[in-house]
Design a protein around this ligand. Structure first.
Ligand SMILES: Cc1ncc(C[n+]2csc(CCOP(=O)(O)OP(=O)(O)O)c2C)c(N)n1
Ligand SMILES: [Mg+2]
Length: 397
């Protein structure tokens, strides 16, 4: 298959998302995006996760903490339309935040390199939606989306990139050092690959402490030929650790095409070398990512060890803001991938299958735009750390 033209071997349509939703196309829209929970119960839509409340509201209305788990994509659980809209919302928020960061970087407001994940939102949103707040995520230099999907707020992320005190690390970390332990986000990391053994270590810690927390490591195709990948995956497999290894294969590491960096371009197939499951996923299909991540998380949480997920996706723009990304990629290739936009795809599917209406998406689009406006304003207003605090948090022996 020509390079840049893959789409995963995906089953025609995932059975657990095979929209019986048409039956719910008449769901009441009494209050904006609310759906009638009783109706869902009658139709067994929600499978095993019913509770006593009568209405299920959208994520932002429901009191579910931002970034907290949407119910798992197991066979027994069907996603409600509100949960699907919550996935859309997460992707849209990531897209808008990244777009805003690009503009801020161009205006000199964001310091240091800024790697955006526009085009890759479905991986962050789909994987993190299966996680609990106390599960932990380790990310990369391209990690804004993971941070937002795990629960860092847009203002905490933006202010951090702008070096402001309201940033999640008080403005001292920037893009490649976003941390927020309170939401289980243990960091973006500018070094390619060591997030994998670090996540394995974190999973070992959970195992030794007897918790059922999961660690997730996101990494790019550029990481899989690095020794840390082998060490981390081997250790996770040998010790049966509760970790999910998510490769975002976007075909390039800086300007190097993946097929020039390796003779085996199937990352998922490498799992066999460690005797663990390897799963190839369409990284531009948030429902498929969600389902496959849910299976991997369940496996890990039940003590069956790690899974290697290869999410095939594409960054629409250059490696970092300032790199056009067109000297080593053809316009046609970029355009082809833009046609596979996960956000548009989910929206079109929803409208075609009748589980949401145009106004549902319009409501989310305006809400996320408002959130970003507020985040940008707050980040601008937020002060820089005071000079006399420069040595705070600096440790030496
Ligand atoms: C150990 C290491 N080697 C090299 C680099 C320089 N570097 C930064 S990002 C990058 C490419 C990473 O590509 P990939 O892992 O595919 O992630 P993507 O940028 O595609 O998301 C490289 C080589 C680094 N940061 N760390
Ligand atoms: Mg890459």
């Amino acid at each position: 298959m020509p390079h840049g033209d893959f789409l995963p071997q995906t089953p025609a349509r995932l059975s657990s998302f095979s929209w019986e939703s048409r039956r719910f196309s008449k769901l009441s829209h009494r209050t904006g995006l609310r759906v009638k929970r009783r109706k869902l119960i009658e139709n067994n839509w929600l499978g095993t996760r019913l509770d006593s409340s009568l209405e299920l509201k959208m994520e932002h209305e429901s009191g579910r903490p931002h970034g907290a788990a949407i119910p798992m994509g197991t066979e027994n659980v069907r996603l409600a339309p509100s949960d699907l809209l919550a996935l859309y919302r997460r992707m849209q928020l990531i897209r808008l935040c990244e777009e805003r960061l690009v503009k801020s970087h161009q205006r000199g407001l964001v310091h240091g390199a800024c790697h955006t994940s526009i085009g890759q939102e479905a991986v962050a949103a789909g994987v993190c939606a299966t996680l609990r707040p106390d599960d932990v995520v380790f990310s990369t230099h391209r990690g804004h989306g993971h941070a937002l999907a795990k629960g860092i707020t847009a203002e905490a992320a933006m202010a951090e990139l702008m070096g402001k005190v309201d940033g999640c690390c008080g403005g001292r970390g920037g893009s490649m050092h976003l941390y927020e332990p309170a939401v289980g986000f243990l960091g973006t990391n500018g070094v390619v690959a060591p997030g994998i053994p670090i996540a394995a270590g974190s999973a070992l810690s959970a195992k030794l402490r007897g918790t059922d927390q999961i660690a997730v490591s996101f990494f790019g195709d550029g990481a899989v030929n690095n020794g840390a990948f082998h060490e981390g995956v081997n250790l996770a497999a040998t010790w049966n650790l509760p970790v999910v290894l998510v490769c975002e294969n976007n075909l390039y590491a800086t300007e190097t095409p993946f097929n020039r960096a390796t003779k085996n371009t199937s990352v998922a197939s490498r799992a066999a070398a460690y005797n663990i499951p390897g799963v190839e996923v369409d990284g531009n299909d948030v429902l498929q990512v969600y389902e496959k991540a849910g299976e991997a998380i369940t496996r890990a949480r039940q003590g069956h060890g790690p899974t290697l997920m290869e999410c095939k996706t594409y960054r629409w723009f250059g490696h970092h803001v300032g790199d056009a990304g067109t000297s080593y990629r053809s316009k046609e290739e970029i355009e082809t991938w833009k046609q596979r936009d996960a956000i548009k795809k989910l929206r079109e599917q929803a409208l075609a299958e009748g589980w949401a209406e145009k106004r549902d998406f319009e409501a989310i689009d305006s809400e996320t735009a408002r959130i970003m406006e507020a985040a940008a304003a707050l980040s601008l207003k937020s002060p820089e750390p005071a000079a006399e605090t420069a040595l705070d948090h600096v440790y030496s022996s």
